[in-house]
Design a binder for this molecule. Structure first.
Ligand code: M6R
Length: 585
């Protein structure tokens, strides 16, 4: 959460920082700010522009200077407002700080700092004042001095008006350094640097750095110089464009047939999961958050059904605090698009501490989770910009199915999927027509059984996060244990009812809803004309083996949520209160 950008070089910093913040906006967008240092006229001054709202609010300003830092915020402490927006200055307006993360002991630190004037309610501002207190002409030294005082997480980028350098530090929140020629960059995500450079260095926890225009130095926590590997970012700037689509989300939904095609070539042959040697895998743990968790839940069902290997599934935020029984010899699979989700990362660290082996299914190269797991499998979704996760889910499913294939030694027929996903995507216009009938409702219910149960959860999540319609996902069999009380003629129900082993049960559940005047939109298998009798609307998907249904049924759920949100004029790629990468707990 929160995006940080920094620039030092010969070009004007403001437009570079502004463009970088636009690329980082998916990390948070309730306020934004830029500070630059103007040293062209003998005296050096810091100019700061910040405002509540989206990064675009900064377009009305400009400032002079070839060094600066910027920030786009997702509020944790202090409401979204101009004063709470970063960057934060010290009392003398000489030091300016951008921070991503949470300083848990900021109140205590603030109380111990006498004579300082605080302007904001944020936890972050205390860092600027602490550095001011301990600055004796060496900015890196002052940062190193105050770091042990901070409890919590931080990605930091700091500058002093009289120093031609950016000082960075990391603990729990990502910091990436971009290498240019006669200019250098700082960001919280390598994708933000793509217009300028693909050569990057990822800071590890407890490392700090001094970035000057002709190079950078990285230090470990003992203040010793370290040599870091320079990595090349695999993505292109092109991949992060909308290409004529109205939103990134709809573009990303339509990319899914290609994502499946690309993902089929992922080699999943994990030594840890080798079932032909001893010890064989006895049990797996899957942890993730949000959409990645629902992919994980489908993974659990498929691995258990196909490979007969037990899988424990947990939402990462629950796993980390429930004192899980996981030990040496166990294997934890962590799924994350961003590779930076704080709870998933903490779950991995906990599993490692307890001696378990860890595997990451991650989309962003060299992200934190990718770097700390014992074995990483990269999904091939490409950059996912829309806050609502779509194509990453598809790619995560492919990897999970490939794991089921490895564990069972059985091929699941994944190669037929790209063409079939394309078929479903052709229903886009028809689904928009259906969406028009439901765009004004206040509540939705999603139901499914077996593999379609996690899809019901995901369908409801998509609907609520982008359209703000209250939506609940249930296992269809649970309806009569409570939720059916919600059914009325203005609470539509989306029933995922392909012709699979639980089809008849689903039809009974649909009938029960109809008997209570509920309107049903069914996702059903082509040729199932019978279901049309019980349902208001039916979206047909091609018939396929039961186990592969989620790949096809997810697409209408995504499209329905998208079109309803679009018809309601929602800000689909940047839904309120959300950020794509949840790097705080
Ligand atoms: O980057 P991750 O996959 O770890 O993110 C997990 C969730 O935050 C994410 O899937 C979230 O639920 C999406 N907004 C759902 O569309």
């Amino acid at each position: 959460m929160c995006g940080i950008i920094g620039y030092i070089g010969k070009r004007q910093a403001y437009p570079i920082l502004l463009e970088g913040l636009q690329r980082l906006e998916y990390r948070g967008y309730d306020s934004a700010g830029i500070a630059t240092v103007d040293d062209a006229h003998g005296t050096t001054t810091i100019t700061t522009h910040k405002d509540k709202g989206r990064v675009d609010v900064l377009k009305q300003y400009s400032s002079v200077g070839t060094m600066g830092i910027g920030h786009t915020r997702w509020a944790t402490h202090g409401v979204p407002s101009t004063v709470n927006a970063h960057p934060h200055l010290d009392c003398s307006s000489s030091i300016v700080v951008t921070h991503n993360g949470i300083i848990e002991n900021f109140r205590e630190l603030k109380e111990n700092l006498s004579g300082h004037h605080f302007r904001s309610q944020t936890d972050s501002e205390v860092i600027a004042h602490l550095i001011e207190q301990h600055y004796k002409g060496d900015l890196h030294h002052a940062v190193m001095h105050i770091i042990p005082m901070l409890k919590g997480t931080y990605g930091l980028c700091v500058l002093h008006k009289n120093k031609r350098e950016l000082v960075v530090a990391r603990n729990g929140s990502p910091i990436v350094l971009g290498i240019g020629s006669g200019e250098q960059f700082v960001a919280s995500d390598a994708a933000a640097l793509l217009p300028h450079t693909k050569q990057v260095i990822y800071l590890d926890d407890f490392e700090t750095g001094v970035v000057a225009e002709n190079g950078m130095k990285i230090f470990n926590k003992n203040n010793q110089l370290v040599t870091k590997e320079i990595k090349t970012v695999a993505w292109d700037v092109e991949m992060g464009q909308k290409h004529g689509y109205k939103h990134f989300m709809i573009k990303e939904i339509h990319e899914q047939a290609q994502v499946v095609r690309d993902s089929l070539s992922i080699a999943v042959d994990i030594p840890l999961l080798n079932q032909t040697a001893e010890p064989k895998v006895k049990k797996l743990f899957i942890v993730a958050c949000g959409t990645a968790a629902y992919a994980g839940l489908i993974g659990k069902y498929v691995i258990e059904q196909v490979a007969r290997v037990p899988v424990e599934f947990d939402i990462a935020s629950e796993f980390r605090y429930k004192n899980p029984i996981i030990e040496k010899g166990d294997i934890l699979l962590a799924i994350s698009q961003s590779g930076e989700t704080a709870d998933t990362l903490a779950a991995v660290s906990l599993a490692k501490q307890k001696g378990a082996s860890t595997i990451g299914i991650v989309n962003v190269m060299d992200s934190t989770i990718a770097r700390i797991v014992d074995y990483v499998i990269y999904t091939r979704a490409g950059p996912e910009i829309g806050v609502a996760s779509t194509k990453a889910f598809m790619s995560q499913l492919i990897v999970l199915y490939k794991i089921a294939e490895q564990l069972s030694g059985t091929a699941l027929g994944l190669e037929q999927l790209p063409l079939l996903v394309e078929e479903v995507l052709k229903k886009d216009a028809a689904i928009r027509e259906i969406a028009k009938k439901y765009a004004l409702v206040y509540n939705f219910i999603f139901i499914g059984r077996n593999l379609s149960y996690p899809l019901a959860l995901e369908g409801a999540l998509k609907m609520k996060e982008i359209s703000y319609i209250h939506a609940e996902g249930y296992a269809a069999g649970e309806m009569k244990h409570g939720p059916i009380a919600l059914v009325t003629d203005d609470v539509p129900c989306v029933a995922i009812a392909p012709r699979d082993s639980v089809y008849d049960k689903m039809v009974s559940n649909i009938e029960e809803i109809r008997a209570r005047r509920g309107k049903v939109i069914a996702i059903a298998s082509e040729g199932d004309h019978a279901i049309q009798k019980y349902c208001e609307d039916v979206i047909f998907i091609p018939r396929i083996n039961d186990v592969l249904t989620p790949f096809l049924a997810i697409v209408p759920l995504q499209l329905l949520a998208y079109h309803i949100a679009d018809l309601r004029n929602c800000d689909i790629d940047k839904p309120r209160n959300l950020a794509k990468s949840v790097t705080v707990e």
